[in-house]
Unconditional design. Structure first.
Length: 95
């Protein structure tokens, strides 16, 4: 399954929630989630075309960004991806 197709499935499943997916040694978000995280967490945003953007942070910085995400009060979910299936790595919601 293509990464973009997988993200579309996850976004559909997690409506109204920021979706971060582990991709190698980074967690990434795309689309509207990327733009929101760019604005709220000051992450570097890369846009390939208009409205096709991504942000990311290293896996080793997960705790730092979970703390920052919790401060925003936005609902989010973090997935780890394997080659054979998807599994939820960690799911956190608004407090």
């Amino acid at each position: 399954m293509a990464f973009s197709h997988m993200l579309n499935i996850l976004k559909e499943k997690e409506k109204g929630t920021i979706v971060l997916v582990r991709l190698g040694s980074f967690y990434v978000a795309v689309g509207e989630d990327a733009v929101l995280l760019y604005k709220k967490l000051d992450l570097k945003c890369t846009c390939f075309k208009v409205n096709i953007c991504k942000v990311g942070f290293p896996v080793i910085a997960l705790d730092k960004y979970v703390e920052k995400l919790n401060e925003t009060k936005y609902s989010y979910v973090i997935y780890a991806v394997s080659y054979t299936h998807l599994r939820a790595h960690e799911t956190l919601s608004d407090v």
